[in-house]
Design a protein around this ligand. Structure first.
Ligand code: ARG
Length: 457
């Protein structure tokens, strides 16, 4: 018998039950649902709406259901419609009459909104702690590699020398912005909609602020229609997740490239790689590829929920039940990817000599060579042309600029002197880029210090 069946003449069709039941996915809200009910019952008693005895029975019953659900002792039968109905019917089964008073002054519309607020807030905390772990690892690695030269790229062509520490700190900045976005999503989740009722509040003298306080939520929603129909806080999280996955996916792409024989910049730990069933030599960067691939499904989750919400009239509509699978999938995917990628990075080995040689062989110091000539009085455009010719020469000779003798260099410009070798050494090139945000080792170390200060503020 359905809890709402009073006005119905016959039972719902089995097909109908299967179609609208959400228990298969909203069962994961059981703890939030029960905690919300505990706070609601406590408030109902404080406001004189239910008796002390009823409240005590409800609290005791809910506590036991929570324990049993945590212990896996309760099934979530497919015909129980949703988690709210299931908890309430088990409660009434166990404690009788008092169980039927729990839902006084409440609708499943504000109840489910509250559950999602609580769940999303916890999710934000979990995400922040995984992002923090990633950030701590990046700061540690960046400090270690502040002076290790590698080529920086544009168009995936070797461009100018940077350091590995500098490169890693770029990701620190991206994940820092992700943390700020998740923090914002957390603030949006940190609101209690309970008391919005089905749509227009309730005539009972509820104490909304008390319930919010009991649940550790900072404020109550300001409009009952909005309270039950707002899912922005889930969209805030899914947007943050989409951008966060985009960042992670770029990092993945670099790990895929860097672990190839062609680059050889990194060796991934065997524990985070896979082999091929046919080709014995293969070691594949599956973690990075899968995380890159899963980015699409998180974007999909965001699009799904944005599309569910567009065009919905106020206030609650059953369409909104679709928020859950999108949100759950988006958060599960982001958390899983963040976690495993961090461990893959922690166990990876950077091949510093290969990075260094690659910067050397790729004319990454060509700009510095032109700047050297400028300092000797050659106009920049002329210097650019001179070094361009030098590079063409080196390409036919298959050597680096600084492998040429001073006599040969002088054939290209008489401005070259013996101090050119030091001026265009990779170490000098990197050290000279010492503006705020630059790759000079001392700048990277300063950025690392700032990074720690930000994380620990
Ligand atoms: N399972 C529903 C959901 O997730 C709960 C709210 C149902 N409200 C209603 N008026 N039918 O949205």
């Amino acid at each position: 018998m359905k809890l709402w069946s009073g006005r119905f003449q016959k039972a719902t069709d089995q097909m109908m039950d299967d179609f609208h039941s959400s228990i298969s996915f909203d069962k994961r809200l059981f703890a939030q649902d029960i905690k919300g009910s505990q706070a609601h019952a406590k408030m109902l008693f404080r406001q004189g709406i239910i008796t002390k005895a009823d409240e005590a029975a409800i609290q005791e019953g809910l506590k036991e259901i929570l324990c049993d659900m945590e212990a896996g002792k309760i099934d979530f039968p497919a015909d129980s419609e949703d988690i709210h109905m299931l908890v309430e019917s088990i409660l009434t089964e166990r404690i009788g009459e008092a169980g039927k008073r729990l839902h006084t002054g409440r609708s499943r519309n504000d109840q489910v909104a509250l559950d999602m607020h609580l769940y999303a807030k916890d999710t934000c905390d979990e995400t922040l702690s995984l992002l923090r772990e990633m950030e701590e690892l990046l700061l540690t690695l960046a400090k270690k590699h502040a002076g290790d030269v590698m080529p920086g790229y544009t168009h995936l062509q070797r461009a100018q020398p940077i350091t590995l520490g500098h490169h890693l700190m770029a990701y620190f900045e991206m994940f820092k912005r992700d943390m700020i976005r998740v923090q914002h999503a957390k603030e949006a989740a940190d609101v209690s909609p309970l008391g919005s009722g089905a749509l227009s509040g309730t005539t009972y003298p509820l104490d909304r602020e008390f319930v919010a306080g009991e649940l550790g939520l900072s404020s109550v929603s300001m409009n009952s229609l909005d309270g039950v129909s707002d899912r922005d806080f889930l969209l805030d999280y899914l947007s943050a997740a989409s951008i966060g996955m985009m960042h992670l996916s770029r990092f993945c792409e670099e790990m895929v490239l860097w672990s190839s024989l062609e680059f050889g910049f990194v060796t991934l730990d065997d524990g985070f790689s896979t082999g091929s069933s046919m080709m014995p030599q293969k070691k594949n960067p599956d973690v990075a590829e899968l995380a890159r691939g899963k980015t699409g499904r998180v974007y999909g989750d965001l699009m799904a929920l944005l599309t569910v919400m567009k065009g919905l009239p106020l206030a609650y509509n059953k369409d909104m039940q679709e928020d859950k699978e999108a949100f759950f999938d988006g958060r599960d995917t982001w958390l899983k990817c963040l976690h495993i990628f961090t461990e893959m990075l922690r166990t990876a080995t950077f091949r510093l000599n290969t990075m260094h040689d690659s910067a050397n062989a790729g004319f990454a110091n060509a700009t510095d060579c032109a700047d050297y000539l400028v300092k000797k009085g050659v106009p920049f455009r002329d210097a650019h042309a001179v070094v361009g010719k030098l590079v063409a020469h080196c390409l036919t000779e298959n050597c680096a600029i600084d492998a040429l003798s001073l006599d040969t260099l002088k054939e290209f410009s008489i401005a070259f002197e013996s101090d050119v070798y030091d001026a265009i050494s990779l170490k000098t090139c990197v050290a000279a880029r010492s503006l705020i945000g630059g790759p000079a080792p001392e700048r990277v170390l300063a950025a690392v210090d700032k990074g720690w200060a930000w994380l620990n503020q």
